[in-house]
Each structure stands twice: as C-alpha cells, then as structure tokens.
Design a protein around this ligand. Structure first.
Ligand code: SF4
Length: 320
C-alpha cells in the first residue's frame, strides 16, 4: 500500500479486514510502498514521509498483527531495487507499454506522470513479491494484468538463467473480492473525490458526513418508496451491520423508513463500529516510536529473506 495520505473506511472494509485474516492463514508480507508512491507524488516527498507511520498505525488498529506477519518498508529493503534493475535488463519495453493501466493512468492523471519509473511500476511490483518468493498476491481485477506481466518476466528469467530450475517463483493471483466502497457522494470512496470518511475523523465529523450523504434521489420524504439498491447509505450498512440489511431494505421500500432516520441510526452504528479501531489507532498514532520499531523489525526480517533471493539471482546471472 502506498503511503500517500490518510486512510479511510474504504481501505478498512475493502482491504485491511482481509489483510488481518492473512496473518492467521499465511506467511504474509505487508509492504509500505514508499518508492511506488513517488510514481505519482514525486513532487511531495513530505506527504509520503508523513503518511508512513500513520498508515501503519491504521493497519495495526485494523488487526494486522506484526507478531504473525512481516510489515516492512520498501525503501528499507534495497535488495528489491537491485532486483528491479537486474530484471529490467531482460524486460522488453513493449511488455510494459501494453499493461493496460499504463495508458489509462496517463490519460487520467496527465502526461507528467509518464516517467521511466512509472513505466517500470509493474516490474517493481513484481520485485516486491519475487524478492520474498511470494506465491500468492491478493489483487483486484484491475491489477491482474500486472501479475500476468510479472509471471512472464519470471518465466523469461528462469528460462535464461535457471538452468532447468525455477529460481524465481511465478506469483499467482488470489482474486480477492475487494468490494467497492461508496463514498458520501455515491462514487467510489476516495480522498481525491472529497467523499471519504476517515479513520482519523472524530465521531462528530463522521456523523456530519453521514448526514450529508446522498440517497435515492426519488425518495424525497418519509413515505416515498425508496430503492436501497441505488443508495450508498444502504451499501455501507452492508459492511457495518449486515444483520440489519433486510429490515432497512423493507422499511425503505415500503416508505416506513425515512432517510433522516436511517442516516441517524447508521451514523450511530458506524461510530460504534469504528470506535475500537479508532481507539487502537490513537494509541499507535500517539506512540510513533512503537510503530517505527515494528517497521524496523519487519524490515530487518524482510531484508534477510530478500538478500538470499538476490544472491541466488546474481549467482545465476554470473554476477558474483
Ligand atoms: S431510507 Fe435508507 S436505504 Fe432508503 S434511500 Fe433513504 S438512506 Fe437510502
């Protein structure tokens, strides 16, 4: 995850709750992708630096367990960058140019992001995984092409230097159902759309944001039949208290439930849901030293593994 600003409800219910489960089911690595952050935020290094600890504080508050996983800083594992340089020697530019997000992102964000590093972004992503012999990567549908590209590079490497062995591991996608979480205006929750409910928000701010949420535009007053399937408040109930979905859908459709009442109840439930996470977050936020220690320890562990993999790569390439 790139440290590029405050984390919100979309990160929490869309990604972090799943990450927390991986701590019990896998030898999981979670990367603070600070070098990746420069692909789009290269003119704001302070933001990247300032976001780092805060982002990890939210991970920990959400249940990512550093005792059962490895939380590491990408720039603290230079073996990843060295592997990136070495694999770049065998990566055809055309393979990178045809990754769909390359052109799509440039169209969306402007040509100023079309740097050498941005073109190579999927290769660096591969190295984030290959440096640890990562077998599975939870990806959303939009990232599948990156992984497919990465697998091709690994195959090429193994073919050129493997001497019949799979020196690097071809990572596989575990297609995660990363649900799209709507923001207060109904679009995907995102800091850049100014529609996010942040973990760091206080309860009053959260309540105000929920009150300002759009609902079904056809439901103007209580009594009007509504359509929960088009309403972002209803979509958020699904994450916060799915047990209430049936009752709310029925009340909305019949007109017995008004939007003001629904939003008032939802704000209360959302604050109750976030309260323990916010309390844990505050503990880590106010003790940056403990977060730094967790990251330092994880980064040291990650370096140990990555340096072994890099040594194998250099030997295979006759660089040692
Ligand atoms: S009653 Fe609730 S679910 Fe129905 S439109 Fe209003 S806010 Fe949405």
């Amino acid at each position: 995850m790139r440290p590029t600003g405050a984390l919100h409800l979309g990160h929490l219910v869309g990604v972090l709750t799943q990450w927390a489960t991986y701590c019990d089911t896998a030898d999981a690595y979670f990367e603070i992708a600070d070098i990746h952050a420069y692909t789009t935020e290269f003119d704001d290094p302070k933001k990247i630096r300032d976001s780092r600890n805060d982002m990890v504080a939210v991970w920990l508050a959400a249940g990512v367990d550093p005792g059962k996983s490895t939380i590491f800083l990408q720039s603290g594992v230079p073996e990843i960058s060295e592997l990136h340089v070495l694999l770049s020697m065998i990566t055809p530019v055309a393979w990178l140019e045809r990754v769909p997000t390359y052109k799509g992102q440039i169209e969306a964000l402007g040509s100023q992001i079309a740097t050498y590093g941005f073109l190579g972004y999927p290769l660096l992503q591969l190295c984030d995984v290959a440096a640890f012999r990562g077998e599975f990567v939870p990806v959303g549908k939009d990232q599948q092409a990156h992984l497919e590209f990465g697998r091709e590079v690994v195959r090429r490497f193994n073919y050129l230097y493997g001497d019949g062995q799979a020196l690097l591991v071809e990572p596989q996608a575990t297609l995660s159902e990363f649900p799209e979480v709507p923001g207060t205006d109904g679009r995907k929750m995102s800091k850049s759309y100014d529609n996010a409910i942040f973990i760091a928000d206080d309860e009053e701010t959260t309540t105000k944001k929920v009150r300002s949420m759009i609902t079904d535009p056809q439901k103007i007053r209580r009594g009007d039949p509504g359509r929960p399937e088009v309403c972002p408040v209803f979509a958020l109930w699904r994450f916060v208290n799915p047990l209430r979905l049936d009752g709310i859908a029925e009340g909305c459709r019949s007109g017995r439930l008004g939007c003001v009442q629904d939003k008032t109840e939802f704000a209360e439930e959302l604050n109750a849901y976030l309260r323990p996470i916010r309390e844990r977050y505050a503990v880590y936020r106010d003790d940056p030293g403990s977060v730094e220690r967790i990251v330092e320890e994880g980064t040291a562990r990650a370096r140990e593994v990555a340096s072994g993999v890099l040594a194998g790569v250099k030997t295979a390439m006759r660089l040692t």
